[in-house]
Design a protein around this ligand. Structure first.
Ligand code: BG6
Ligand code: MG
Length: 215
């Protein structure tokens, strides 16, 4: 029985995945590294450092350069998200979070991003969330199960009682590795290995999701 919903943030509740892409693209152009939307798919859901290493694709770099490039990308990203408002919540999200609260489900945000507190502050949905676990936690990032397991522990539920909602292949992998059920948001080529796949959260409710999951 599902008792808790564990939501990824970037690309599930809001379209910050586009801002992550634009930040990396700007850095890649400056470094003269070929990088486009196809390459960006592999970066979804993974940590800042792992994203940079994927972008560099084996090109040598000193630790000092890695740090400088991660900082530079983050400056671009923070510049983009500073303009966000609650209007940047994706369709159906506020309604679903309110429905989960009214129906007594536990809700967590589980994100690899160290910028999670800033984004949540801009979106103003704190009142609908019980627990936040993000990239600042001393744990391995997705696709490792650690962040999701930490969220379940803090919510006081078992992994088998959790439904992970993710837009990234690495996030679905992490949820499965944690022994949780998974809902993939987006194209099947990306999240087809989830237990259930939906294009987005528009028009969903706790009941409709769980019914489709048991389908
Ligand atoms: C994830 C995003 O949520 O957070 C990734 O999907 C991003 O694209 C990762 O790289 C780390 O984010 P940040 O804000 O700590 O650089
Ligand atoms: Mg995501």
């Amino acid at each position: 029985m599902i008792r808790a919903f564990l939501f990824d943030l970037d690309g599930v509740l809001t379209d910050t995945s586009e801002y992550h892409y634009l930040g990396w693209k700007r850095l890649a152009d400056e470094l003269g590294v070929p990088f486009g939307r196809a390459e960006n798919e592999a970066l979804r859901g993974v940590s800042r450092r792992e994203s940079l290493l994927l972008l560099l694709a084996g090109r040598p770099a000193s630790e000092e350069q890695l740090q400088e490039w991660m900082e530079r990308k983050n400056e671009y990203y923070v510049e983009y998200i500073s303009q966000m408002t609650p209007a940047d919540l994706l369709g159906g999200v506020t309604e679903l979070l309110a429905d989960l609260r009214a129906s007594g489900y536990r809700v967590a945000i589980v994100s690899s991003s160290k910028n999670t507190p800033l984004v949540l502050d801009r979106l103003q949905i704190g009142g609908l969330i019980d627990v936040v676990v993000d990239g600042n936690a001393p744990a391995r990032s997705k696709p490792a199960p650690d962040l999701f397991l930490l969220a379940a522990e803090r919510l006081g539920v078992l992994p088998a009682e959790c439904l992970v909602v993710e837009d990234a292949a690495a996030g679905i992998d992490a949820g499965k590795a944690a022994g949780m059920r998974t809902l993939g948001i987006g194209p099947r080529e990306r999240v087809g290995h989830a237990d259930l796949v939906l294009p987005n959260l528009e028009g969903t409710s706790a009941k409709s999701i769980l019914k489709a999951l048991e389908g």
